[in-house]
Design a protein around this ligand. Structure first.
Ligand code: ZN
Length: 300
């Protein structure tokens, strides 16, 4: 883990075009779409360095001896993808997770929401396999079983800690799957339309495809306030206007393939807050241009 040496200093200027397009008052949301856009990071101390929305895995807080207070909005990911990738099941019990969240809430400050411990439905997560250096052990369960377990976990977490803003996740592989998952919640007495945020799981690999766009569109017609998990620029351009919020780590991949910002001494800016903030402003600016403002322009 390299610690960027420049974090305490003034941020380099964002790209002038990006600033002009996004508007000087761009705070937490995309001006045209009203979408809250979280930067995904594993650097938990960023919460004290920026007032822009951040998305962090609970484990990155849990492992810390000292926690910093957040200066801006943030949301918590349960870290299901790496948990199921490595172990093929949840080893952290709902009770432990609730304890984690309570400590985060008390030390870092009230978060927007925390994701439940869901069971994502990607092929690799279910069947296992290796892609590049990434190995997946596989759960070897059915999509239906993943959905059942997801709903059951949400019910358990909600009953353990209704005050902790734990949000439900919809899981599936195609539109009929997601519709079924919605029904499962309904049968369990959870009206997702009344939830302040519903996460759309397992679409990260599909988001820029027709199938991914169909899933987002189908779920949006139910009037859900959707959070798009792990979105990339292309996916946001296609369906960002249907999402209430989204998180993205794409800035880091973007940075890895490019030289660092002028004056930065590290090899690239893949772990660099100024780079992430510049990228975010640029993406929000692009979205503002590609979508018509709904009623008011989001304040400027
Ligand atoms: Zn940098």
């Amino acid at each position: 883990m390299t610690q960027p040496s420049h974090l305490g200093r003034a941020h380099p200027k964002p790209h002038p075009h990006a600033l002009a397009r996004a508007g000087r008052r761009e705070l937490s949301t995309a001006p045209a779409t009203g979408m809250r856009f979280y930067l995904t990071t594993h650097k938990r101390h960023w919460v004290r360095l920026t007032d822009k929305p951040l998305f962090l895995k609970s484990e990155h807080f849990v492992n810390a001896v000292k926690l910093d207070q957040a200066q801006g909005p943030y949301a918590v990911d349960s870290g299901g993808f790496s948990e199921l990738q490595r172990k093929g099941r949840w080893t952290r019990t709902p009770r432990q997770y609730v304890d984690d969240l309570r400590r985060i809430w008390e030390c870092v400050g009230p978060y927007d929401w925390a994701a439940q411990q869901d069971w994502m439905c990607e092929d690799l997560i279910i069947h296992g396999g290796t892609v590049g250096t990434q190995h997946f052990v596989g759960t070897h369960l059915s999509v239906a079983e993943h959905q059942q377990r997801t709903v059951a976990n949400f019910l358990e977490l909600r009953s353990l800690a209704p005050e902790l803003r734990i949000i439900p996740v919809l899981q599936g592989r195609d539109v009929p799957d997601y519709e079924r998952c919605l029904e499962l919640y309904e049968k369990a007495g959870v009206d997702l339309r009344r939830e302040p945020t519903v996460e759309l799981g397992s679409v990260c690999r599909l988001q820029s495809t027709r199938k991914g766009a169909d899933i987002v569109a189908a779920m949006a017609t139910h009037g859900l306030k959707l959070h798009g998990f792990g979105f990339k620029t292309l996916g946001l351009e296609k369906v960002g206007h249907l999402l209430a919020s989204a998180d993205s780590a794409a800035w880091s991949y973007h940075a890895r393939r490019r030289p660092p910002i002028a004056g930065h001494t590290h090899k690239n800016c893949a772990n660099c807050l100024p780079y992430a903030l510049n990228w975010r402003t640029r993406v929000l600016g692009t979205l503002a241009v590609s979508h018509q403002p709904p009623q008011d322009g989001g304040g400027a």
